[in-house]
Design a protein around this ligand. Structure first.
Ligand SMILES: [Zn+2]
Ligand SMILES: [Zn+2]
Ligand SMILES: [Zn+2]
Length: 256
């Protein structure tokens, strides 16, 4: 399994527009965070998780060769507004690409991107997508994908667990609380990637302290925090984490 952290920042990215705080002004490249998304290679499949507004820049910088499927966690702007750029992979692969999400997320995607279909229209380059509403484990080739419901403020959204070839990864970029069942769904996984927005409480996200507490219960072999805002400096935050837990950064690549 191979995972590339394409973006690790919250909805506004870091630096945020018009801010001169020490993190936004930092020369440490790990404090420069695009909007959160992940590229997963497993079982011969190339799976894109969410398509943030920065997706085009991410695909260029990390030279993403293909996209066999897209999994969406939810329909907030920072997770879907790069979806149109998937069309390039329709052209490269000459294939229709499947997208998986909850029914609610699909409804929003089909409303916002109402020109997307499976049709090839001569003279236009539009994404060609089949939409699949999922609520239970499903397969993308040899990869078993399990949607796991988590709380994100007043909404319930998807995290995902991916299993292939005896390797496992959990991905929850936006989350304010997890049920015991959700913790159990990720328990003992190889790699767990979890929201940790900042130190101060927030209505729709975990604080660093909340995130560490949940990661202890999930007890993954290795854990990474993601969706960080400009309150969190990479180096300072890393010093506060337990030994098996790390601050992610854009471009970080794991292979196991
Ligand atoms: Zn988000
Ligand atoms: Zn700042
Ligand atoms: Zn969100």
């Amino acid at each position: 399994m191979k995972a590339i952290f394409l973006g690790t920042g919250t909805s506004a990215g870091t630096p945020i527009i018009g801010c001169c705080c020490p993190v936004c002004a930092s020369t440490d490249s790990r404090n420069r965070r695009r909007r959160t998304s992940l590229y997963l290679e497993a079982g011969g499949q190339h799976i894109q998780v969410d398509t943030p507004p920065d997706f085009r820049e991410q695909a260029l910088e990390y030279r993403l060769p293909r996209v066999d499927a897209v999994c969406f966690t939810h329909s907030h702007a920072d997770h879907i507004f790069g979806f149109d750029d998937i069309r390039r992979y329709n052209t490269i692969q000459d294939q229709i690409i499947p997208a998986y999400a909850s029914q609610d997320t699909l409804n929003d995607l089909q409303r916002v991107f109402n020109y997307i279909s499976t049709e090839r229209v001569t003279g236009f380059y539009r994404p060609r997508i089949t939409f699949h509403a999922v609520s239970a484990p499903f397969s993308i080739g040899d990869v078993l994908v399990t949607p796991v419901e988590v709380e994100h403020g007043h909404n319930t959204i998807f995290g995902y667990r991916f299993d292939a070839g005896g390797c496992s990864l959990g991905y929850v970029p936006d989350c304010s609380a997890m049920t015991d069942a959700a913790v159990e769904a990720f328990h003992g996984i190889d790699v767990m990637i979890l929201d940790a927005l900042r130190l101060k409480p927030h209505l729709t996200h975990l604080t660093l302290e909340d995130s560490i507490a949940l990661l202890k219960r999930i007890d993954a072999t290795t854990s990474y925090i993601i969706h960080l805002c400009h309150d969190l400096d990479h180096e300072e935050t890393q010093a506060k984490l337990p030994e098996t837990c790390h601050v992610s950064h854009d471009g970080l690549t794991l292979e196991w």
